[in-house]
Design a protein around this ligand. Structure first.
Ligand SMILES: NC(=O)c1ccc[n+]([C@@H]2O[C@H](COP(=O)([O-])OP(=O)(O)OC[C@H]3O[C@@H](n4cnc5c(N)ncnc54)[C@H](OP(=O)(O)O)[C@@H]3O)[C@@H](O)[C@H]2O)c1
Length: 302
């Protein structure tokens, strides 16, 4: 059996919204049965219901790792991060393996944020610290601050899928250089790559205006092209989308998610799939490759 304990994580963002307690428990059970050990949530998800539900299901289960995030609301200052982590630990009722800053806060000094995160690690409140939704320069600035005080940023969590490839330009090469763990969120493009919209189906992208806006720029026909490639390869589109993210050399761990166990099954199946390079390239060619970070590329590096 394929070992997916390091290759896939499961996201509980929908616990308490589109996934009720029963669906949540069934999905976690399916993850554990498949060998998945990493679970992702956030202080801000579903007003705290996501952390509570995840904790209720996982508390007492051996060998699982829970990541959560702080600072989506209230900023990245010491007082807010400290209060939110305390609340997260209380809701979860179990240790936090990895705490991320959820998003950059331009109004707080990064020195204060990083010192706070490093302090949490030193106090044994969390085992690892990470940064989500930050630009590479912000991550490297944080890494520099951490190094000065004898600490280290362990992980990043960018958005990454075959239709959202910005992370390839700076974040993923940076992560390889720095030895950072990478957990990629929204590997299905919030469901765009599930194949259901090609067939006229409904889901988050028709129900949630925020997500509809996020994916509005994806060129027309990309989902149909992607579904065609999956069919030719004999793969469920969800399996192909998740396997494609996993194939990046930065060893991106996709955070898979679903509203029920039936939706989740093809995502878990991706762990056993190794993509043929031609198929990998054909998927990549569906959207324009994001331009490199510097303009003088015609002469090569140097
Ligand atoms: N750091 C951050 O800022 C951030 C942001 C977003 C997410 N995340 C994390 O990443 C996790 C995953 O994000 P995501 O939910 O956006 O991931 P995703 O994999 O891109 O989208 C998952 C959604 O696609 C649809 N779907 C999944 N399987 C399907 C299937 N077989 N058939 C049809 N539709 C299917 C479902 O939505 P519908 O059925 O509702 O259409 C499902 O909820 C979250 O739980 C969270 O932990 C982090």
């Amino acid at each position: 059996m394929t070992d997916i304990s390091q290759g896939l994580a499961f996201g509980a963002m929908q616990f308490g919204t589109t996934a009720d307690a029963r669906a949540a428990a069934t999905m976690v059970e399916a993850c554990l049965a498949a060998g998945l050990r990493d679970f992702d949530t956030a202080h801000g998800y579903a007003g705290g219901a996501s952390e509570r539900m995840l904790g209720d299901i996982l508390r007492g289960v051996e060998g699982v790792r829970v990541a959560t995030k702080a600072g989506y609301t209230g900023g990245a200052g010491r007082a807010n991060l400290t209060a939110q982590l305390a609340e997260s630990l209380d809701r979860l009722g179990m240790p936090v393996d990895l705490l991320y800053l959820h998003r950059f806060d331009p109004d707080t000094s990064l020195d204060e944020t990083v010192a706070t995160l490093v302090g949490f690690k030193r106090q044994g409140l969390v085992r690892r610290i990470g940064l989500s939704n930050l630009a590479a320069w912000q991550v490297m600035k944080a890494q520099g601050i951490a190094a000065v005080i004898g600490g280290r940023i362990d992980a990043i969590q960018p958005m990454y899928s075959a239709v959202k490839r910005q992370a390839e330009v700076e974040l993923l090469p940076m992560a390889m250089d720095q030895g950072l763990a990478v957990y990629g969120y929204s590997p299905l493009g919030a469901g765009l790559l599930s194949g259901k919209y090609v067939a006229g189906g409904q889901g988050r992208l028709t129900a949630d205006a925020r997500y509809a806006r996020r994916y509005a720029g994806v060129p027309e026909g990309v989902d149909a092209g992607f579904t065609g490639l999956a069919a030719e390869a004999g793969l469920h589109p969800v399996t192909l989308a998740v396997a494609w993210v996993m194939a990046h050399p930065a060893r991106v761990v996709p955070i898979v998610s679903a509203r029920d166990a039936a939706q989740l099954a093809p995502a878990l199946a991706a762990a056993g799939v190794r993509l043929d390079p031609a198929l990998y390239a054909a998927v990549a060619a569906l959207v324009p490759t994001p331009p490199p970070a510097t303009d003088r590329t015609e002469e090569g590096p140097g």
